[in-house]
Design a protein around this ligand. Structure first.
Ligand code: F6R
Ligand code: MG
Ligand code: MG
Length: 371
């Protein structure tokens, strides 16, 4: 057991209410009860919430990332919640628990995971982002802006402890490999990758050597698990989460939130098969209604105090984000008018599931060769 603090954000959709809209309060209560049993033992502290139909477990401890006991606790909690979901006949009960039994680590088993282990600073602000109805590539644009775009983060220009820039760990989820890239030096090359957000996703961000923070401790982590494990064989959108540390040599809280004033287009929405705007909302408004969306993001802010989670502050519960929400709704109207046409509907290879192959198979016999 180290002195370092670990923050683990583990999430799963274990049943929607109704359909894929939100999480029933009984599931939240069940999860709280389970985690409460470990407070002061395995866990220092925890916070349970939901974003859309995803049940979110935020936990602090000193056991490091990928800790079997912590992952088992999350898995067992999701199983308990699944029981309740089945009893209430909630929609898709247990859908994200892809395997029969837990073995060692929830990665690749359905749930999404973002974890950071670090030496807690004198004051340690951390933001937990949670998205519903989209995939991890949805974080590429905001994470890039936060840590590499001087038009977003003025600290990159005027804070001497941030001007050296940051190091990005990028995963190719199609070929299951990764590359580290330094910004600002390799900014253009990095954009060539991460602009293709269905294939290249930012997994972690690190401080550079010689700065205020230890270069081996990641300062941001985005969940990419399911996609990585199932590379080549599509089983669904990930509804990703991310943890981002802030201030004192890192982007300020306001710089971390700033990219979300632009509701950029992400893949997901209805049937995981449409492009639509990501709408920043308060936690209570993270209910996916219109066309099962539009995709939503919430941001919960905490100060850490020896691992205690001092918060949450519901950071998008703020009129400063009203304009982004209005813009998101305008974009939703605009995109919806395309109906089944691309680019509202995703290209076939990016669609979560579809009856298209079946339709095409049926038509196969009727196709005639062109000369
Ligand atoms: C998107 C999502 C929903 C469902 C849709 C159809 O990620 O979860 O949009 O795809 O409600 O659901 P089924 O096929 O379960 O009726
Ligand atoms: Mg669902
Ligand atoms: Mg979901």
């Amino acid at each position: 057991m180290g002195e370092k603090i670990t923050v683990s954000l583990i999430k799963a959709d274990v049943g929607g209410w109704p359909g894929h809209a939100t999480v029933h309060p009984d599931l939240i209560e069940t999860a709280k009860k389970e985690l409460e049993k470990e407070k002061g033992k395995l866990l220092i502290d925890f916070h349970v919430t939901n974003c859309g139909d995803d049940l979110e477990l935020l936990m602090t401890h000193r056991r490091g990332v990928d800790c079997e006991e912590i992952h088992a606790l999350a898995w067992n909690t999701f199983e308990k919640a699944t029981k309740v979901a089945k009893d209430l006949k909630l929609y898709g009960a247990g859908q994200d628990l892809l395997v029969e039994a837990f073995s060692g680590n929830v990665r690749g088993m359905g749930p999404g995971v973002a974890e950071l282990e670090f030496e807690e600073r004198k004051a340690e602000p951390i933001i937990a982002f949670m998205m519903d109805k989209t995939d991890p590539g949805a974080f590429n644009l905001p994470i890039y802006k936060i840590f590499a775009d001087p038009f977003n983060t003025i600290g990159l220009v005027i804070d001497p402890s941030a001007t050296t820039g940051f190091r990005f760990e990028i995963w190719d989820i199609l070929e299951s490999k990764r590359v580290f890239m330094d910004c600002p030096e390799e900014l253009y090359k990095m954009l060539a990758l991460i602009g293709a957000k269905s294939r290249y996703v930012i997994k972690r961000v690190y401080p550079k050597k010689g700065g205020k923070l230890p270069p081996e401790e990641a300062v941001a982590n985005i969940s990419t698990e399911k996609l990585y494990k199932i590379a080549g064989e599509y089983v669904g959108k990930d509804d990703p989460v991310a943890l981002v540390r802030a201030q004192s040599g890192l982007p300020a809280v306001g710089e971390v939130l700033e990219p979300f004033s632009f509701p950029h287009l992400v893949a997901g929405w209805m049937r995981g098969s449409h492009n639509g705007p990501i709408m920043p909302v308060s936690q209570k408004n993270a209910v996916c209604t219109r066309f099962d969306g539009p995709p939503r993001v919430i941001a919960l802010g905490f100060q850490l105090s020896n691992g205690r989670l001092i918060g949450p502050v519901d950071l998008f519960d703020d009129p400063a984000y009203d304009q982004a929400r209005i813009k998101a709704q305008e974009i939703a109207d605009y995109m919806r008018r395309h109906g089944p046409f691309e680019p509202h509907r995703l290209p076939s290879e990016d669609m979560e599931y579809t009856t298209l192959p079946k339709v095409l198979r049926e038509l196969e016999k009727r196709f005639e060769k062109l000369e």
